[in-house]
Design a protein around this ligand. Structure first.
Ligand code: SF4
Length: 413
């Protein structure tokens, strides 16, 4: 336990049981991506002497050093190795990272160990090697089944690579060496139409992944897509069409047996990602690596997003006082989940007064009347699929309430 202060009141914070490791290497930067990545070229590989291999080795020593210097804690029950393209790393390198975590924290019996894989960056032998090293859940970055779309996104893989990778995952799942896997797809792409998206969903359902993550494309500053949009070359779907696409997704996947457990995530029974649920529950997690966000006690701490910045950051002292996740962020992440948030209990735990809470509830009344937001006792949640599809409007209102509250706090004597 760690102690933090809320007002005059000491509160006890539980140490995390989850860890995120960021592997920033990719072959190339996709046109929509603003993640902290290091593009190494299409020929990059972890093979000794191959382009990028030395860079990867140096980075792995840095991230292992960061783990070794981190405060201790209880054994981990979830680990997520994301990126970037972690499947650029060899089996030995992934095993080395897991061994470092196991030696520092230990891994609980039955821990969920997830690894992100990109089609065309690994083969079946490497997949089985990762599984033998301790990985038991895979997230496959498919994005689209359409070659022309993949080309327009700047992706390196093609539909055939995605189908082949999915076959390997299905076979690993059948033989029991893989506990679960997820397929990522992007909806709300430029030029999206309901018929074309229906065909994408049908192909996804036909592969029967136990879990699907379906994201809206967001135009991020500094990306190729943002520049194209500024030149008028990219027509993203209007909000109404985006909401229709999401409703179509939710209805199609519900009919195929998937539960909609978070805005962008769908799972067959027993296959919701335990690691992702930690992010949305307000519990903390360790985070390691360039650009990784950690929130060991709830409040977020981001690492620098460049190799140089991260190397410099590692030389410094980072003993931040434990601080819990603030109320607004707890509500924000909580509302992403199907079960929503117990607002009154959360407000009381976070020191939000009943007057302030009443103001927020008042601001949300319009969404309640439109059936987007449901109040069930003291619990608030977005309706499914309409509320989840239009969650941005509700969350925007929350943000406005937060900034108003912050101004009020600053101006009060
Ligand atoms: S592979 Fe993923 S992390 Fe890498 S550039 Fe593309 S979207 Fe970004």
């Amino acid at each position: 336990m760690a102690l933090a202060q809320r007002g005059n009141r000491p509160i006890a914070l539980r140490p995390p049981r989850s860890a995120y490791l960021h592997i920033p290497f990719c072959h190339r930067r996709c046109f929509y991506c603003d993640f902290p990545v290091v593009p190494l070229g299409d020929r990059a590989s972890a093979e000794p002497g191959a382009p990028g291999s030395r860079s990867m080795e140096v980075y792995l020593e840095q991230i292992k050093g960061e783990i070794r210097r981190a405060p201790g804690g209880p054994p981990l029950s979830t680990v997520y190795i994301g990126g970037g393209t972690p499947s650029l790393l060899s089996v030995e390198q992934i095993a080395g990272l897991l061994a470092e975590l196991a030696s520092h924290y230990g891994l609980s019996e039955g821990a969920e160990v997830s690894l992100e894989l990109d089609p065309a960056s690994f083969d079946q032998d490497r997949l089985f090697g990762y599984l033998q090293a301790g990985v038991n859940r895979v997230s496959l970055g498919g994005q689209s089944f359409d070659d022309a779309v993949l080309e327009r996104l700047g992706r390196r893989h093609r539909r055939a690579d995605l189908l082949e990778a999915a076959q390997w995952l299905q076979s690993a799942e059948r033989c029991g060496s893989l506990r679960s896997w997820s397929l990522d797809l992007i909806q709300s792409l430029p030029g999206a139409q309901l018929e074309q998206w229906t065909a994408q969903l049908e192909q996804a359902i036909a592969l029967s992944p136990p879990h699907l993550s379906i994201y809206d494309l967001i135009l991020e500053p500094g990306t190729v897509f943002e520049r194209r949009e500024a030149r008028g070359e990219l027509a993203l779907p209007e909000d109404d069409l985006s909401a229709d696409l999401m409703e179509l997704t939710a209805r199609s996947l519900a009919a195929a047996g998937y539960g909609h457990y978070e805005i962008s995530n769908y799972a067959k029974p027993g296959h919701a990602s335990r690691h992702n649920r930690v992010y949305w529950s307000g519990a903390g997690w360790w985070g390691f690596g360039m650009g990784a966000t950690a929130a060991p006690w709830g409040q977020r701490q981001a690492r620098p997003r460049t190799r140089e910045g991260y190397a410099h950051w590692l030389q410094q002292d980072h003993d931040l006082p434990p601080a819990p996740m603030p109320f607004d962020e707890r509500v924000m992440v909580g509302l992403r989940r199907r079960e929503g948030v117990a607002l009154v209990a959360l407000a009381s735990a976070c020191g939000v007064s009943s007057r302030e809470l009443a103001e927020l509830e008042q601001r949300w009344q319009g969404f309640v009347e439109r059936g987007l937001l449901l109040q069930e006792g003291t619990r608030w949640r977005l309706s499914d699929p309409e509320g989840l599809a239009l969650s941005n409007a509700v969350l925007r209102e929350l943000l406005e309430w937060c900034s108003q509250r912050a101004e009020d706090c600053q101006s009060s004597p």
